[in-house]
Design a protein around this ligand. Structure first.
Ligand code: FAD
Length: 499
């Protein structure tokens, strides 16, 4: 029996479905899901609905990828998000392997008015990429990156992760702006804007988008680009998952050397105010190839808190030392880790071995320059605790990001010089109430310095706050939403409600 015949045989399918290795084999074979009963689900309005088993079977059979139900192998893995605090149980999970499957899933959701969640990397801060009793469309089987070296572009499938993009692009000596943790999804990060270590040099991730393919709520596969559906193209660059499911991104890449210079300086917590004031001035004067961040850190398990300043220099290595030297004089350096490092390795350096081991909570907002009063409020209210990791600080923006007009894309916070964050993480299973209370209290002292926030960092916000945060771009976004998604099928996001 040759391999093709073996794979097609029902014996193989039975083996794949019953043995412990079924998960691995099942990902190679297409084993149709047998629907045994009607399925209870919820609609967009929250009302209960019964999906007849024959209709669900038809939907399942229409997919080249999989349809998972509670109890199916892989269901728990698919429904889970990075933050284990979100523990939702969809009625059905579709795992498309291509745009045709995405269209089938969108058609099924629309025809049945189902609550629908879209998952790429699963990093959603608000937990909206899964849902209870709705249809989750999990893009994790829809990953690929193809680099065109001559055109300096990357064609990236809608479920891909940032690490896959960095890895493939750098193999050709090319890069584009991607976030700082490699298992973040290209989908969610890009559609919300996309910050990263190269953003000040090459712009936000959305600034490097040339075109997208998207399945809109009517089930049509459309191209969104400057010369086709240009309003949709504009709205997708910062308007999040409001308009459909992006099946393919085409990014502009840029030549860059493989090795960059990166490091972190640690100073005593007693010097926090002095170091952070220095950081503010240093960051304002930094060239585009320099990306700096700074903050105060309280380690889990106790021990001394510290203030840190980290950087990545992606410019000419010969110029690095002169730029780094002033940081050494910002305070008493307790430790420093400055070294040349492979860019792709650096992009993976923030990954955790067990990303679902920790719960987390964060408040954040965009700010202009770091002011003296801001630093006082940040440090006077800083409190570490042994049963959590606490990080409160600044991630730099500016450079090329700020040279794009606020209305050129849907992302409307170009003038920001930093994203200011109050972040806490704890061991999953511990009671988060005290940690979350602390972050809310800390943020109550800081919010007055911020003007809006990054939608992708949002743990929760009411509709009014989301609307205000789109600023002057809101009415144009609303017009695009009404054109493509008047029934608000895609509402689990920083929602633009057409109602
Ligand atoms: P998911 O949870 O899979 O998706 C989030 C939302 O995006 C979904 O609810 C859906 O509405 C939408 N979506 C996803 N894919 C698609 C698609 N193909 N089509 C349509 N809609 C889609 N942000 C930065 O800018 N820079 C960073 O360096 C950065 N670092 C981070 C590090 C960590 C550890 C975490 C948790 C977050 C970080 N973020 C960063 C924030 C990040 O941009 C958001 O969490 C983003 O939503 C993650 O995208 P995802 O695809 O992994 O998330």
């Amino acid at each position: 029996m040759n391999r093709r015949h073996f794979i097609k045989s029902s014996v193989a399918a039975a083996v794949a479905a019953s043995l412990p290795v079924s998960h691995a084999l099942g990902s190679l074979l297409h084993i149709p899901t047998k629907i045994e009963t009607d399925i209870s689900a919820v609609t967009l309005s929250g009302a209960g609905v019964t999906l007849p088993k024959a209709a669900v079977q038809d939907f399942s059979d229409s997919l080249k990828g999989k349809l998972l139900l509670p109890g199916s192998g892989g269901y728990d893995d698919a429904r889970r998000l990075l933050n284990p605090s979100f523990d939702k149980h969809p009625a059905l999970i579709a795992q498309p392997t291509g745009a045709a499957d995405v269209a089938s899933a969108v058609n099924f959701a629309r025809d049945n008015e189902l609550l629908v969640a879209v998952k790429c990397g699963g990093h959603s801060a608000s937990g909206k990429s899964s849902c209870d009793k709705g249809l989750q469309i999990d893009l994790s089987r829809y990953r690929s990156v193809r680099v065109d070296r001559a055109a300096r572009t990357a064609r990236v499938a809608g479920g891909s992760l940032l690490g896959e993009l960095d890895h493939e692009a750098m193999a050709h000596g090319l890069v584009t702006t991607a976030g700082t943790v490699s298992h973040t999804g290209v989908g969610g990060l890009t559609l919300g804007g996309g910050f990263g270590r190269l953003g000040r040099r090459f712009g936000m991730t959305i600034d490097n988008l040339l075109e997208m393919d998207i399945v809109t709520p009517d089930g049509q596969l459309r191209r969104a680009a400057p010369d086709e559906n240009p309003e949709l193209f504009w709205a997708l660059r910062g308007g999040g998952g409001n308009f459909g499911i992006v099946t393919s991104f085409l990014f502009q890449l840029h030549p860059m050397q493989r090795e960059v210079i990166s490091g972190e300086f640690v100073f005593p917590i007693a010097e926090a105010k002095q170091v952070l004031r220095f950081f503010g001035e240093y960051a304002d004067a930094a060239p585009d190839e320099m990306d700096v961040n700074a903050g105060v850190f309280g380690a889990p398990g106790g021990g001394d808190s510290m203030v840190t300043m980290g950087f990545v220099w992606s410019g000419d290595p010969a110029k690095a030392e002169k730029l780094i030297a002033p940081i050494r004089k910002a305070g008493t350096v307790l430790n420093e880790t400055v070294k040349p490092i492979d860019y792709v390795a650096l992009q993976r350096s923030g990954d955790t071995d067990d990303p679902r081991a920790n719960g987390s909570y964060m408040k954040s907002g965009f700010i202009g320059s770091v002011s003296s009063n801001m630093v006082d409020d940040m440090i006077d209210n800083f409190e570490a605790a042994p049963n959590r990791m606490t990080w409160i600080g600044f991630q730099q923006s500016g450079g090329a990001i700020g040279r794009v007009a606020n209305d050129a894309t849907a992302f409307a916070h170009r003038e920001a010089k930093h994203n200011m964050l109050s972040f806490v993480a704890w061991k999953h299973g511990d009671d988060p109430a005290e940690h979350m209370r602390y972050i809310r209290e800390h943020w109550s002292n800081m919010q007055k310095y911020s003007t809006g926030f990054y939608h992708n960092d949002l743990f929760s916000a009411n509709q009014a706050a989301s609307k205000a945060n789109y600023r002057g771009n809101y009415s144009r976004l609303l017009a695009v939403k009404k054109t493509y998604d008047p029934a608000n099928l895609f509402r689990l996001n920083a929602n633009i409600s057409p109602a």
